[in-house]
Design a binder for this molecule. Sequence first.
Ligand code: SF4
Ligand code: SF4
Length: 442
Amino acid sequence: MKLKSFPKGGIHPPHRKNSMYSKDDLNATIPSIAIIPLSQHIGAPAKCVVKVGDIVKEEDLIGESVGFVSANIHTPIPGEVIEIKDVYLPSGRVSPAVVIETKGEFTRLGKPLEVSSWEGLDKSELVDIIKRQGIVGLGGATFPTHVKLTLPEGVELEHLIINAAECEPYLSSDHVLMLEYSKEITTGLKILKKILDPKNIYVGMEVNKKDAGELLTNTFKEESLDASVVLLKNKYPQGAEKNLVRAIIGKEIPSGKLPLSVGVINLNVSTVYAIYEAVCLNRPLVERFVTIAGGAVKKPGVYRVRVGSTAKSLIEECGGLIEEPSKVIFGGPMMGFTVFDLDVPITKGTSGILALTKKEVNAAKTTNCLKCGRCVDGCPMGLLPSKLYKLIDHNKYDEALDEGLNDCVECGSCAYNCPAHLFLVQQFRSGKSIVRRSKGAK
Ligand code: SF4
Ligand code: SF4
């Protein structure tokens, strides 16, 4: 069978995936204290609607969406609000957060949840539920899902593409989710079909998840859903939005445009599951599947984790550390964020926590650019990373923009290939942020 892929660039880092999990022990321990940031989405932080001393029930609203691309925040545990303070997010940004200490009874945990019927609801009622329950894109971008699902007047959707590529090394959360919840994901897709009425539904995944692909294909048949699984080559970054769309429907999203410009809406498979829970189980987004891995972790695995748990508690859940990690990363090793404090909380956007050994990190000294062109070969966006690096180094931001700085998807393929070990992605991130700030100042 010929596997699909994106045409230019890309790299083949070792997978290091280990989707170890126990069916009966998927739930991580509920934190006794949850630190819940009010900024778990792009856009303005949610407005805090509780105060110190308040008693909240499990899944109560604690932060109200403000602004267009903001999302509601709910508490994953029942308890007392003991503090409201600023915390560091995995990205290094600071966000206000509500700290809740578990008290009182869990009203839903461990109890059979009633499945509501949704077929009688119309599109706008379904989107309202998704908005109310604080669903955001779980692939990392955390864009509020209700906004994505609101098509402009008169637009008909050609393709709904579900991203299950999970191409970053180590990460296996989406894989485990698909193996365990194929029926629920299928229901989530039926809900999306009702909202968006796309002509085609595709689920794209790397071929290393073939077992999940077969399971989903069978479930689609059993549940009479017209959707297809598209198996893709194992090649990083297969899951980058533009690459996925190019691989599946063969169309290029033009620079600066959204997937809708080529008739596509893209959603992550974990987001589809969250939509199922929101609509059918009346559950806000208070937990997600997270991979805890890396050579420094005693027993790596995949767990269903409550938002607000800390990296420290989850590493302890996995038997603790067997050696001092050289680096702790939230997310995958290619696009994730290094954290320097294990008390950083899990947010809706956290797909993994990696505690990597010195050997895995392979930190080497940087040298001058060798002009070898390997970064160019790896770039899926057809950019010239070495040139971009130099332009930003010389503060030539307008020229960097002309060279396509904003088309960089920060995938890290260039840096992975670079024998000079230059911090290419950090340079591009910082260049973009300087450009954004200077535009804001005008
Ligand atoms: S990080 Fe940017 S420049 Fe580097 S390979 Fe990815 S898209 Fe290209
Ligand atoms: S891969 Fe590194 S050393 Fe080679 S040209 Fe690109 S930036 Fe320079």
